[in-house]
Design a protein around this ligand. Structure first.
Ligand code: ADP
Length: 477
């Protein structure tokens, strides 16, 4: 797939997810607003019902007769005889023989007309009737006194003077949107306001929709995670396929030279001018053999890797003397570095170089690392192999002073088919299989391989071999 198409799909997919989340959020916010509206309506209805009920209970007590300028307690109209009182402890006189009277409604202060306990109870009932279950704080505000006179079912003592300053401790109630006028039909100054505040209102609104909200983000996150993983797989596969293409190109290239050489040598042998010269025939036959060997070793490398892939290869465990293996391998590489004026040195510090392992594979590992140290030293190669004791094993470090590698390369060099892409590397032959083989073999031995490398300074490959292998596990992982 084209890289641009992948990025386009990523863009579209991200926009789609963002769109879904935005729409869902909008939907949830709309629901919250609708819930809020319903809640507000219910509260207002409950408050109106409370106001109505409170007014009804209070009216019968409040109406007083004022007869001939004196107020009397309310009495049935057919027997307007008795002692009057102005309700404020004022003077009262016996009333007899009423000839004319004014019937005036006079209102006693709110706190006398409203029974705080009854108000609390009525409010509770009405809120319940209107399906409002959250906690609340309520109060009755007297217009007359400009202060709250009842708070949560209790009378609040306050000085009688009308307030000019805001009453402390009632900020929530003062600012609440929920209020209803009590005794609305009375003269303005006698009226009061029942106010109610819900401290947990927003929590209640949100808690109903929290699951949807969390669900939306959770599923969006899941989709994004899965999508991210898919994209990663696509890029990973893409890289792998690129590396495989590289590998095939490399391999074709690697085989082309020996095939051409063999073809030339074969042509020469069959040439009548040469076929008579036995020494020449021998020389060309040797070339054919050499090139054949080279091809064979390359095929072998590929096959080994395939074997490891199929987990077919078993370790043939034996006591392996790492110093022996290293000495032989360094001798071999010495033959290649000496013509380049390079050096290959061993520093054998391990006191016990014997480990349990597969001799062939361990030899291949050391040879691969030495090969690389030589291959990737564009100037004069200086290679050192150092051994040292580990707590329960042996460490082998293969160092070179070659081209080194970048941090990015260090992350991938043990991947199959990975090769650093640089122009001047083109003439260095390889399939990108050597280090992945090293890694697979070290894993199979329950050992490790690590790289320390800096660009243009050189590289150290650190192998750690455990002393023993557990007997049950002889198959490579
Ligand atoms: P190959 O050598 O066939 O390319 P390897 O798996 O052995 O494959 O190595 C993978 C890559 O790691 C190489 O292409 C090279 O870029 C880098 N590399 C390996 N060894 C060294 C080294 N000693 N110094 C610098 N780069 C190295």
């Amino acid at each position: 797939m084209n890289k641009r198409v992948i990025w386009l799909i990523i863009g579209v997919m991200s926009m789609a997810v963002i769109g879904v989340v935005a729409l869902q959020t909008d939907l949830i916010l709309t629901s919250i607003r609708a819930n809020e509206d319903a809640f507000d309506k219910n509260v207002q209805n409950a408050l109106s019902a409370v106001a109505e009920r409170i007014e009804k209970t209070a009216t019968s007590k409040d109406a007083m007769l004022v007869i001939n300028g004196y107020s009397v307690d309310y009495v049935p109209s057919e027997a307007v005889v008795g002692l009057g009182g102005d309700g404020n402890g004022g003077m009262s006189i016996p009333v007899t023989g009423i000839t004319s009277y004014d019937l005036v409604n006079v209102y006693s202060p709110l706190e006398e007309r409203i029974d705080a306990a009854i108000l609390a109870q009525v409010l509770k009932q009405e809120l319940q009737n209107h399906a409002i279950k959250t906690n609340y704080e309520f109060g009755v505000f007297s217009e007359d006194r400009q202060a709250f006179i009842i708070h949560d079912g209790y009378y609040v003592a306050d000085n009688v003077q009308p307030r000019t300053q805001p009453q402390p401790g009632y900020s929530n109630l003062s600012l609440t949107d929920y209020s209803v006028t009590l005794f609305e039909n009375d003269q303005g100054e006698a009226a009061g306001k029942l106010k109610i505040f819900f401290p947990e209102k927003s929590r209640v609104m949100w808690s109903a929709l929290l699951p949807s909200f969390l669900g939306t983000f959770l599923f969006a996150a899941l989709i994004l995670a899965c999508f991210g993983y898919t994209v990663w797989v696509i890029f990973h596969q893409k890289r792998l396929s690129e590396m495989k293409t590289d590998f095939i190109n490399n391999m074709t290239h690697e085989f082309k030279t020996p095939i051409a050489t063999i073809s030339l040598a074969a042509d020469s042998i069959t040439n009548p001018r040469i076929s008579g010269d036995i020494s020449k025939v021998e020389r060309f036959a040797n070339i054919i053999k050499q090139e054949n060997k080279r091809m064979n070793s390359q095929v072998e490398k590929v096959l080994q890797m395939a074997q490891i892939d199929r987990e077919e290869s078993k370790l043939r465990l034996a006591e392996v003397d790492l110093h022996d293996v290293i000495s032989r391998a360094v001798e071999n590489i010495g033959l290649q570095v000496e013509p380049r004026q390079g050096t290959a040195t061993v520093v054998l510090r391990a006191t016990n170089p014997i480990v349990q392992g597969d001799l062939t594979h361990i030899s291949n590992v050391v040879n691969n690392l030495l090969d690389n140290a030589n291959k990737y030293s564009p100037n004069v190669p200086h290679i050192t192999v150092t051994t040292s004791d580990l707590k329960d094993g042996v460490q082998v470090v293969v160092s070179d002073e070659g081209m080194g590698m970048s941090k990015e390369a260090r992350k991938h060099i043990f991947d199959k088919f990975y090769r650093v892409h640089t122009g001047d590397l083109h003439d260095v032959k390889g399939f990108g299989l050597g280090l992945s083989y090293v890694k697979a073999i070290m894993d199979a031995h329950r050992g490790t391989v690590e790289v320390r490398s800096e660009l243009d300074k050189g590289s150290d490959f650190v192998l750690s071999f455990p002393r023993r292998q557990d007997d049950g596990r002889l198959v490579m992982t």
